[in-house]
Design a protein around this ligand. Structure first.
Ligand code: HEC
Length: 105
């Protein structure tokens, strides 16, 4: 029975993941730290009130590829990060942005 519930829970999470996308808390936390260090100066503390860069709270959730591209190679006023951040770091930032500041563990 326990095994069945675990399976059902797994399925429920997998389905919810499509809509809400869930990430391991430690990945979101890592992204939050990286964000505070590298991104908050332009994008605002905790994603809020960006002084002059794009508001990441409104970044399209289905557009992970664009996020990774922009962060890696830069875009107009947005600097490239490929010499500072590893792909793992960028994934963590994506987790943080998508999981949302409000839902931060
Ligand atoms: C020097 C200021 C600055 C820093 C630091 C910065 N950004 Fe940006 N960012 C910008 C600006 C300006 C834009 C708007 C670019 C444009 O004109 O489309 C932007 C846009 C973006 C976008 C949206 C791009 C799109 O396709 O709509 C993302 C995602 C993003 N930044 C992520 C990050 C992340 C993650 C970090 C930290 C690693 C970061 N930025 C650090 C200035 C900055």
């Amino acid at each position: 029975m326990a095994r069945f519930s675990a399976l059902a829970l797994g399925l429920a999470l997998a389905c919810a993941g499509v809509a809400a996308q869930s990430f391991p808390p430690e990945q979101v936390r890592k992204g939050a730290d990286l964000y505070a260090t590298h991104c908050a100066t332009c994008h605002g503390p905790r994603l809020a009130n960006p002084p002059w860069a794009a508001d990441l709270r409104t970044f399209p959730r289905e557009d992970r590829a664009r996020f990774v591209d922009t962060v890696t190679y830069g875009k107009k006023g947005m600097p490239p990060w490929d010499d500072v951040l590893k792909p793992d770091d960028i994934e963590a930032l994506w987790a943080y942005v998508v999981a949302g500041e409000g839902k931060k563990p």
